[in-house]
Structure formats: C-alpha cells, structure tokens
Design a protein around this ligand. Structure first.
Ligand code: GTP
Length: 185
C-alpha cells in the first residue's frame, strides 16, 4: 500500500505581553509596510510555499489576550510547531514576563518529552540604540527550548522577514536538542 506523505507545513504562533507588537510584526511582514493602527488580532495567515525561503507553506497565528481566553491560547500552542515570544526592547517588564510567565506557560501546555522550539523576539529596536541580547542568555540557559533570539522592528521592517525565516528554520533545521530524550537503557 502506498501512503501519501503529509504535506509539510510550519505553524508559527506569536505570544507575548499586550502591546509588544505581535500584530504589527505579522502585518509588516505581509504588507511590507508599517501601519500605526492595527487590529487587536491578525487573522490567521498562510504564506504559500513558493514565497518562503524554505519552500514550506507557513501559517502564522496571532494571539491577543484581550480577545482570547488562556485556554484558547493553550490550544493554539498545542497546534503550533514553533513559538515566538515577543517582547518590547524598551520595556524591561515585557522581557521579565518571558521567563516568569510565558516560558513556564508554554511548558505547562507541551508534553514533557517534547519541547517545541521557542524564538525570543525583541521588537521595537527603532526605539533604542543598544542591544538587549546580553539580557537573555540566562533565560536561554534555563530554558533550552529557546532556539534562537532576534531583535527586530515592525516599524522600520528591520529583521522582520528574518524573524519568520528563523522560526521556519527552527522547525526544519533545529540547532539545539529540542527533544528531551529520556535516558535509554
Ligand atoms: P495586543 O494586541 O494587545 O496583544 O498587542 P500586540 O502585541 O499585537 O501589539 P500591536 O501590534 O498592537 O502594537 C502595539 C503598539 O506598538 C502599536 O501602537 C504599534 O504601532 C506599536 N509598535 C509595534 N511595533 C513597533 C515597532 O517596531 N516600533 C515602534 N516604535 N512601535 C511599534
């Protein structure tokens, strides 16, 4: 019997504190321009394979806590292949919440033996003139599912397509041990 192999797709979800720019990042990617007024939550977007660098159809899912329950967010995490936690580089409290809230929340909603890759996304770099990457090494050490970190700006379009490309790559070419393999006898 011949089985048709399932089509490869990458499902990317964007999480993070309100106002960090999740919806703006998605809309900047799609429209290639920054719009000041964006809806609270972007519709689910499918990018066709032929316009993605990895030639894989890619679904992008926005999360908005004022429109969704935590239960619905948890369901979206379960369906996703890769999770982008967005924080705002000019608001330390949004980075604090990455480790104190979002990474534990993701772990609570993923099976113990399978950790989905997480990308930490520092948005709004147009507002500062220094890098915050040094502040995230401790987080990455504590949470090995953190696969990559990237700084970007939805406003100036800096690193926006790179961010989504990195999310694709984290699924298709993982760098770190994202599977926590039990000791084998
Ligand atoms: P919620 O829907 O509340 O979860 O927010 P969100 O994370 O989707 O943020 P949203 O895209 O609505 O952006 C919040 C505010 O930040 C808006 O006023 C945006 O115009 C602004 N913003 C988003 N990205 C950037 C950026 O890269 N630079 C600057 N300067 N402002 C940005």
């Amino acid at each position: 019997m011949v089985y048709e192999s399932a089509p490869r797709t990458v499902r990317i979800i964007l999480l993070g504190e309100p106002g960090v720019g999740k919806t703006s990042l998605i809309l900047s990617l799609v429209t290639e321009e920054f719009t000041e007024h964006v809806p609270a939550k972007a519709e689910e977007i499918t990018i066709p394979a032929d316009v993605t660098p990895e030639q894989v159809p890619t679904n992008i899912i926005d999360v908005c806590l004022s429109e969704q329950t935590l239960e619905q967010v948890a369901e979206e995490i379960e369906k996703a292949h890769v999770i982008c936690i967005v924080f705002s580089v000019d608001k330390q409290e949004t980075l604090n919440k990455v480790a104190s809230y979002w990474l534990p929340f993701i772990r609570d909603n993923c099976p113990d033996d399978y950790r989905k890759p997480v990308i930490l996304v520092g948005n709004k770099i147009d507002l500062i003139d220094y890098s915050v990457i040094d502040n995230i090494w401790d987080i990455a050490e504590e949470y090995p599912e953190v696969d990559r970190c990237i700084e970007c700006s939805a406003k100036t379009l800096t690193n926006v397509s790179e961010m989504f490309y990195n999310a694709q790559k984290a699924v298709l070419h993982p760098i770190g041990p994202i599977y926590s393999i039990e000791d084998q006898e």
